[in-house]
Write a protein that binds this ligand. Sequence first.
Ligand code: MEV
Length: 445
Amino acid sequence: MVNSHKSITGFSKLSKRGKIKWIVENFFKDPKAVTRELTSYWHSNEDQQKILDGFSENTITNFPMPYGVAPNFVINGETYCVPMVIEESSVVAAASNAAKFWMDRGGFKTTVLCTQKIGQLHFLWKGPKELLTGNFEAIKGQLLKSAKSLTKNMEGRGGGITNIELIDKTSDLEDLYQLQCYFETCDSMGANFINSVLEKFGSELGSFIQVTPRFKEHSEGFEVIMAILSNYTPECVVRAKVSCHVDQLEGVSNHFNGQEFATRFKTAVDIARIDPYRATTHNKGIFNGIDAVVLATGNDFRAIEACGHSYASKDGQYRSLSYCSIENDIFRFWLEVPLAVGTVGGLTSLHPIAKRSLELLGSPSASELMQIIAATGLAQNFGAVRSLVTTGIQRGHMRMHLMNILHQLEATEKEVKRALVHFNTEIVSFVSVRNFLDSGRQIKK
Ligand code: MEV
C-alpha cells in the first residue's frame, strides 16, 4: 500500500525551504532540529549555493565530504600535492606515505599510452547488408560533413572525429548495426561533444537513407535505437610505474628484508592477477586513490569506475589492474588503467573547489591529469598491499577507526592519549572503546 503522506506531486516546484518543510514533517521525528541541521550546511554565499544547486535537482542542502591533500608526489620529476576527496580513513595517509616512500626512490614514472574515446550509434537495418557496406565510404563522408559545425572548435584544438566504422551485430541481435565512432577530445572529457555528434549522425543517416536511390525503398526498415558515448575507453589508457633495487626495500618491514618483502609483495599482486575475488578488492584499493582525485577535480567517478572494471576483465577474466615483477633484483610495480578525464568543461570549470584542485595541480592538461590520477592509484595500491603483506591492514585502519570512535564519544585529550596506548594491543570496537572510557570516567567519579 502506498503511504499517501509520503508521496507528493509538484515537489520540484516547491522552494528549497518548502521542500525541507515537507520532508522534515513527513519523515523525521524532530522537524525543527532536522531543519536547523540541513540548513546549517547551506553555503554562506548565496551565489556559490546557486552554483552547487545547479549541478543537480531537488537539492535541499549540501553533503560535506573531507577534502584532503597528499603531498610529495614526484611524477616524471615534477612534485605535486594531490587533492583527494574521500570519506574513508587511512586512504590519504596511505597515499602520502607511499608518495614519500617513492619520492626517495626516483618517484613515479608515467606515460599516456593513448587518448582515443568511443561513441556508438545503435540502429536497426532490415535492408540488404551490402547496401550499407558497399556504400559505407560515401555514407561516412556525408556523416563527417554533416557534423562540421559541431566539430569545428574541437578540430581547432587539435581534436575531432578520428574514425567511423560500421559494425555488423546481426549475429548477436536481429537487424542490429552500429556506427562505432572514434574521437579525440583534447582537454575535455568530451561526453557532450561525442553525444551531440552521434545524435547528428543518427538524423543524418536517416535523411541519407530516405533520399538516396536504392536506399529509400528500404527506409521503413531503418530505425535509430540510441546514440551514446561508450564509457569503455580501452584506447584512453595511462601507465604509472615505480621501480627500485630490492635492497632499497630494506626496512619497509620489521620482519622481512628487502628481498623477502619484494617477493611477498609480488605474490600478493600475482594472486590478484589470477583470482577475481582478490582482484576486486585489490582494484578497490586502486580506486580508493583514483576516485578521490577524480572527485576532487570534478570528474565523473562513475564513468571511471565502470570503465576500469571492464578493462580489468578485458581478457575474459576479471584481474588486477596492477602488475609486479622482480628481475635481476629490480623490483617493478606498475598500473595500466583507462582514464577518460577532462580539465576543461563540465564540473571541472564550474565547481569552485574542483577549480582550486586543478590550480593546486598546476592547471594540468587532461593527459597530465591522467598521469597524476594513475600515480595516486598506484601509490594507494602500494600502500594497501604493503600493509597486507607486512603488518596486516587492521593496524593502520584501527588507529583511524579508534580516533573516529573516540571523537564520537567526545573523548578528552587525556582520554585519547590513554586510549591510544591501551588499544595498541587491544581489539578496537565501538563497545570496547566505550567500556574503556566508561571505566576511566567511573574511577574519576
Ligand atoms: C580498503 O578500502 C582497501 C583495501 O582492502 C585494498 C586491498 O585489499 O588491496 C585495503
